[in-house]
Design a protein around this ligand. Structure first.
Ligand SMILES: Nc1ncnc2c1ncn2[C@@H]1O[C@H](COP(=O)(O)OP(=O)(O)OP(=O)(O)O)[C@@H](O)[C@H]1O
Ligand SMILES: [Mg+2]
Length: 371
């Protein structure tokens, strides 16, 4: 089943056709008889004349004003979709937002824009980024999100600028748990289930308290129902994070997301990028390097991020690596459900209080400073 089977895609999406597509998607996913309807946070959204939930539609002028004419000083990042700017929306009480402007010559395009608007307009969860609205004026395609003041997980794991504190162990566990909860919502609560397809460190955004929220749904697909296995015709995602069966055959299931989760979790534990060509050839692919070490408990400490300076509970490290290796199993059916991962991570992240008290007693190998 194609994600777009419920709504005809048009290359030139006008405001009204976009609204219609959104309405069709709404009717398809959230028919009144469907019990999952309750998961939508209704108060946060506008409604159209028939009571359907919609995101706010902005004019290009409004977003230009919000970002000081898309000034480079307001730019907070750049990805495959285009540049992301910080802005303030006057009509929303000067609400601070992130404005993502589609690069017209970019690799990703209208199809991803539409998927993003559709999915985020109708799925709401504390671990998914909130779409404030969008602009589809002429050939402009712009997405407006809640602003996440701590940027992406990637910004806190790799190539930290001097003086920036690395994430401590428990914050890493809390982020992993929240991100897994976001996936659990998509896999088990959304109906039909949604396969996220692009789970990676740069797509996990962090608020002021380091609560994680998944972003970028342009690649997401509605998942299979019943026993059917989803086969995708367009193999996409980000190299390195893709499950082996998805990369080789295009076979897409919720377990492909579980594999990607395993990769990101390994990045969080090791502080290494999934692909790092500045390393020796044996170490440039994180998963290939880590798998033999994961089979030998005595080698586990070599996998811990040196920036943690030994500040982690030994048992927690063992358990975290055990979870990562299960998610990374070649056999997709043997990987855990993301709900089971959430439960296991809940225990590891819960140590926040206990761990701080136990600090000197049992668990840390060596002292050092982390945020
Ligand atoms: N809602 C947001 N709040 C704050 N910063 C954001 C927000 N969305 C994106 N950013 C910043 O912009 C950067 C680029 O995001 P974007 O999603 O466009 O690209 P990416 O995830 O790095 O790559 P890709 O296009 O492959 O997904 C992020 O890494 C993050 O630092
Ligand atoms: Mg992204």
């Amino acid at each position: 089943m194609s994600f777009f089977s419920c709504c005809k895609l048009q290359e030139k999406t006008t405001k009204s056709s976009l609204k219609k597509n959104l309405k069709d998607y709404h009717n398809f996913c959230f028919r009144p008889d469907h019990g999952k309807r309750k998961y939508i946070v209704e108060e946060e959204n506008e409604r159209d004349e028939k009571g359907n939930i919609t995101s706010k539609i902005f004019t290009y002028h409004e977003l230009s004003v919000a970002t000081k004419n898309f000034h480079v000083h307001n730019m907070v990042g750049e990805g495959g979709f285009g540049r992301v700017y910080k802005g303030r929306i006057k009509s929303l009480d000067n609400k601070v937002v992130a404005v993502k402007k589609l690069n017209k010559n970019g690799f990703q395009g209208s199809r991803e824009f539409l998927a993003e608007v559709m999915i985020l307009s109708f799925l709401h969860n504390t671990n998914l980024v909130n779409l404030v609205g969008y602009c589809s004026e002429g050939d402009q395609r712009i997405l407006v999100y809640e602003y996440m003041s701590n940027g992406s997980l990637e910004d806190h794991l790799f190539e930290l600028p001097p003086g920036k504190k690395p994430l401590d162990w428990y914050t890493r566990m809390k982020i992993a748990e929240g991100a897994a909860r976001g996936l659990e919502y998509l896999h088990a609560e959304a109906s039909p289930p949604v396969i996220y397809r692009d789970f990676k460190a740069s797509n996990i955004l962090l608020d002021e308290n380091f609560n994680p929220k998944l972003s970028d749904f342009g690649l997401a697909k509605l998942g299979p129902t019943g026993d059917k296995t989803h086969v995708s015709t367009r193999v996409m995602g980000t190299y390195g994070y893709c499950a082996p069966e998805y990369a080789s055959t295009g076979q897409l299931t919720t377990k492909s997301d579980v594999y990607s989760f395993g990769v990101v979790f390994l990045e969080m534990i090791t502080g290494r990028r999934v692909l790092d060509f500045s390393r020796s050839s044996e170490e440039e692919n994180l998963v290939t390097w880590a798998l033999p070490l994961l089979k030998n408990k005595r080698k586990y400490t070599t996998l811990a991020d040196p920036l943690l300076k030994g500040n982690y509970p030994m048992r927690g490290l063992y358990q975290a690596l055990a979870i990562a290796s299960m998610c990374l199993l070649d056999d997709a059916t043997a990987r855990p459900l993301i709900g089971d991962v959430v439960t296991a991570l809940g225990v590891l992240a819960m140590h926040v209080q206990v761990g701080k008290q136990k600090h000197t007693k049992e668990t840390y190998i060596e002292q050092g400073e982390c945020s």
